[in-house]
Design a protein around this ligand. Structure first.
Ligand code: ADP
Ligand code: 5SP
Length: 476
């Protein structure tokens, strides 16, 4: 019998790091680890990259297989701006994807060339989330820190570099920066925002390793380190997505996406034209307010997250963090349509509906522009929220689609593990995930689409005007 080969997949997401030790042959999860991250509250959203590294070492050690793993890969939250000095030490905490302070810089970038030209170059219309807007914010607001920066990284690049000593990224994650084109870094954009290309990592092609684990780390020295990728691209690998198969992730962010063979082009800005971690594309729409916002509203209402009730005409736009889809970075949450007989459970259901609405509306755009057949395939529901009955039911009611809930947990970490395993077995990572049968799970039949609720939310958004889009910036 051949010796068991073990790989480790790491998901460094907004709220925590999760690590899975996986049998490269069968996909069996042999050990798991998790360590929480701190994210600032208030106006900005920041985390200390050194804390991600500590969380990674803790989570990897907790799998119980760190010393045996032959290959490892990191999937990381997208877009975050990590700024390092000449010693590789963070100049300041990372500005995260959901930090909307960079909205004015994003607007100025859009103004400069127009949405269509940005889409032609980098696939996406710059919003506050994109790294390019965050770097522009830093230069304007903390020029001394921008000056002190000698290297710019994404979260997964930073962690991969700490593992290997190599400054490398991949086409999936780099496609969310706003300065990468399929031909390489866009010099004109880098000039526009005053960033030297020498400060950026090398973009590795699919299937390439970033290097090997350095000595003195809590992993086996010399183990292979795959290129890693952004967390959504890693989940696409982890599910073994074939072109046209839609997925919806309910985590800190809500995301909807599909793998496509053609490059997405959406000048409206709803769908970002990301690359996947292989040679394809990953049109994706993302909301800022998903599980955390709904949980917060449940807490305000004094309810458990599952204590929802149907009925009533209330609408909740749960934009506690500002919002990205629709593009309302300065918005705050809005409750409307309350009556004497409105219950707390109905308000909580309305919060779920408000959070799911934009994702499902955007799903239609993701699929419409995808040019792929198979758009009627069941929606794969993943992320922490997919475990919740209220989330599952809301997605089924508002999508009118069949929904499959993979039994496998932690699809981002599994995707990273599949990428690591592919280095050992000479397969494609998505083939590895299909071999591991990661997308299998109960299939829920479609429910009739609740068009009344969808229309009520759409109408509220249309009429909400300055309440959700204050002319002078942040509402509160
Ligand atoms: N059983 C559950 N029901 C509903 N939501 C859940 C459940 N378990 C976890 N969650 C939600 O999942 C979220 C974390 O999801 P996750 O995908 O791990 O987030 P991220 O990757 O953004 O850090 C938490 O905010 C929590 O609200
Ligand atoms: O910004 C995006 C996608 O464009 C987010 O999806 C981030 O990648 C963060 O993901 P989670 O921590 O919520 O998984």
């Amino acid at each position: 019998m051949a010796a068991q080969r073990i790989v480790i997949g790491i998901d460094s997401s907004t709220q925590s790091t999760k690590a899975l030790a996986v049998d490269a042959e069968s996909g069996a999860v042999l050990g798991t680890g998790r360590a929480a991250h701190e994210v600032t509250t208030g106006e900005g959203r920041e985390s200390d990259p050194a804390q991600w590294w500590r969380a990674l070492t803790e989570a990897v050690a907790a799998t119980g297989h760190a010393e045996r793993a032959e290959a490892v890969a990191v999937g990381g939250q997208q877009h975050g701006l990590v700024t390092l000095d000449a010693r590789g030490t963070p100049v300041r905490p990372a500005l995260l994807w959901n930090d909307v302070r960079s909205a004015p810089q994003a607007a100025a970038l859009r103004e400069r060339w127009g949405a269509a030209e940005w889409v032609r170059r980098v696939g996406s219309v710059p919003g506050a989330a994109l790294t390019v807007a965050k770097w522009a914010w830093l230069r304007e607001n903390e020029p001394h820190r921008a000056e002190a920066t000698t290297a710019v990284r994404l979260p997964h690049d930073y962690l991969t570099e700490r593992l290997t000593g190599t400054a490398a990224t991949d086409r999936g994650d780099v496609s969310g920066t706003g300065w990468w084109t399929p031909e390489g870094y866009d010099r004109e954009i880098l000039d526009l925002v005053g960033l030297d290309e020498a400060m950026l990592p090398t973009v590795l092609g699919p299937g390439r390793a970033a290097g090997t684990v350095r000595s003195g780390l809590p992993l086996r020295e010399g183990a292979l380190v795959a290129a890693g990728t952004g967390d959504n691209m890693a989940a696409a690998l982890g599910l073994g997505l074939r072109p046209g198969q839609p997925a919806l992730s309910l985590g800190t962010s809500g995301t909807v996406y599909a793998v496509t063979r053609g490059r997405p082009q959406d000048p409206s800005g709803t769908v970002s034209g990301f690359a996947d971690a292989l040679g394809n594309w990953l049109p994706l729409a993302c909301t800022l307010n998903c599980t955390l916002a709904v949980d917060r509203i449940a807490a305000l209402l004094g309810r458990d997250r599952e204590e929802v009730e149907p009925g009533g005409g209330a609408v909740v736009l749960p934009y506690l963090d500002g919002e990205r889809t629709p593009d309302l970075p300065y918005s705050a949450g809005l409750f409307t349509g309350l009556r004497h007989d409105t219950t707390a459970g109905q308000l909580l259901q309305a919060a779920y509906d408000g959070a799911a609405y934009s994702l499902l509306a955007a799903l239609d755009d993701v699929l419409a522009g995808s040019g792929e057949e198979g758009a009627e395939l069941p929606l794969l529901l993943i992320g922490g929220g997919a475990r919740g009955t209220a989330w599952q039911h809301t997605v089924r009611r508002l999508s009118g689609r069949a929904v499959r809930i993979p039994e496998a947990q932690e699809l981002v970490a599994l995707g990273a593990a599949a990428q690591a395993a592919a280095l050992l077995t000479d397969e494609q990572p998505d083939e590895v995930a299909r071999r591991w049968r990661t997308a299998e799970g109960p299939l829920h039949a479609p429910l009739p689409r609740d068009t009344e609720t969808l229309e009520r939310i759409a109408g509220t958004l249309e009429r909400a005007g300055a309440l959700v889009d204050p002319p002078g910036g942040r509402a509160t």
